[in-house]
Design a protein around this ligand. Sequence first.
Ligand SMILES: [Fe+2]
Length: 362
Amino acid sequence: MTGNTSEAAIPDGAASPHPDIRRVRSNPDFWYPVAWSRELRRGRTIGVRYAGQPIVVVRPEAGAIFALDDVCPHLQLPLSKGEVCGDFIRCAYHGLKYSRRGQCFSPGMKLENEPPRLRTWACREKDGLIFVFMGDLEKSDSIALPDFPRVRDPHYRTRRFGKVVQCHYSFMHENLMDMNHQILHSRLVGGMKPRFLGMDRGEDFVEARYTFARTSGRQPLSEALIYGQRRKDGRDFAYRDVMTIRTQYPYQTLRIETEGIDEPVMELWIAYVPQDREELINRVFGLLSIRRLKIPFLLDLAWPLLIAFTERVFTEDREIVELEQQAWREQDGDRNQEVFPVIMALRQLLIQNGMPSQKDVG
Ligand SMILES: [Fe+2]
């Protein structure tokens, strides 16, 4: 049978052929970052969330971290408010203790019923990030953690950043992949004319390539630091750099390569982690790696400047995606009329790899 589906051919209760992308839920069968390693010291806990599910991650004094539901089954209080005792977490209210396997112990208390058990979640730590796997536990071993080799590469310096954005993660994917929005950043970077070079797509990825030419304004110092090159006249450097943006579900990467340098001058890895059940609030985890210049300490000296610059670009983007989300709320649905083929492909990818919303399932 061919995939020729019309509205009428969809039986009652089946997923709609045009689901509202902002209602699509993230696929839990992946490793999602939930905290930075530095946020969780030895002998401490941290309360985090994935799509409305509260999770407590525990770092005992000895041994690996572990993750449990962040709700004491007794009176539903967050266990992350409790204390770490050896390899256990103790609820702050009545002192019920839970092991890394979710087993409950009730020291000094006589209980009427079998002590409740807590759900446990697969949890790993890599390159300064704490990940959880919230999907089918059996799949967790076969699904690889994302890799970011630049973080360990001494030729690069990496900035870890993240904020909470008040919008569905699809707006974030679209914003980063759509480089036709240079006008938004023109006050920061001057006039830039993008040229779309092409795209690739597969079952679980969409990749877009662009190049740029400066049409007005001076090169910002931050850009010079990334390219390791002061570019006085933009026309001489037109279309020399290639920017590749890829959504490899559920993550996103951006890479900039320039003529004459073998390795990328910049690489960004970014994940958007839904916080609430509707997935309309996302926590961003980003690793921005910039290649060191010929004078190695120059990048360190200029680091605060680069941070300020990238922060300003991010702030402009954040304001826009949150306004898009607000329009969606006010219009009670997705009224966007996307025309750019790569973004249309991206939207399809996010729908196909995500989970249908309860509303679309019917
Ligand atoms: Fe932007």
